[in-house]
Design a binder for this molecule. Structure first.
Ligand code: COA
Length: 170
């Protein structure tokens, strides 16, 4: 059974590994090994047990709202969101679902839970920077492109293509 719940401190290492492998496999195919390491930031140390690496990963996961999807005791998805941008708009910051669990509604469940929390807080609009891979997913959930494709930074890396998107919550 799939459960959506708040991320706990002891989830950080598992969440870090999930982000590292999913981001590498689906979003960083264009990058050279050096670029990939820079774009991964602390997540390039996801397999490390060094306390400093673990702390950097825990810090990178932190967000106002961090939700995980758990199935059979394993973390299979994570959503980070709730940051406000410079204009006070609520941001869905990142979303990753383990490859083995794609197309089973895990991403949809995480986004719907986040939207539900936003509504209870009186938030009427969500913005996000979609990877090119995730575009059809966000469009299926009612998000719309706000501009053309842009390129941006991720940790120490640059050149990451993304599609700005938004949704007005009904
Ligand atoms: C994007 C992502 C989070 C989607 O997660 P998911 O759990 O597989 O998505 P869902 O099963 O909830 O999909 C819901 C709907 O979105 C659409 N969709 C999802 N993935 C799709 C894909 N690869 N191609 C086309 N449509 C897709 C479908 O309409 C799907 O419904 P259906 O399966 O009934 O047809 C997942 O593919 C992922 O982690 N990708 C790599 C990381 C990434 O790019 N994250 C986005 C960062 S902003």
């Amino acid at each position: 059974m799939l459960t959506i719940r708040a991320c706990r401190d002891d989830d950080a290492a598992g969440v870090g590994r999930l982000i590292a492998r999913t981001y590498t496999a689906f979003n960083l195919g264009f990058a050279t090994p050096d670029q990939r390491a820079a774009l991964l930031g602390p997540f390039r140390f996801a397999e490390s047990t060094e306390p400093a690496h673990r702390a950097a990963i825990a810090a990178a996961i932190t967000a106002p709202e961090v939700l995980v999807a758990e199935e059979a005791g394993a973390i299979v998805g994570v959503l980070r969101g709730g940051r406000l941008d410079g204009r006070g708009r609520t941001v869905l910051q990142s979303l990753f679902v383990d490859a083995e669990h794609h197309r089973r509604g895990v991403g949809r469940r995480l986004v719907e839970r986040f939207e539900q929390t936003c509504r209870t807080q009186g938030v009427t609009r969500i913005k996000l920077a979609s990877t090119l891979y995730a575009l059809p997913f966000y469009e299926a959930l009612g998000y719309q492109r706000s501009t053309g494709v842009r390129t941006g930074r991720s940790f120490q890396g640059s050149g990451l293509p993304y599609q700005p998107m938004k949704k007005i919550l009904g």
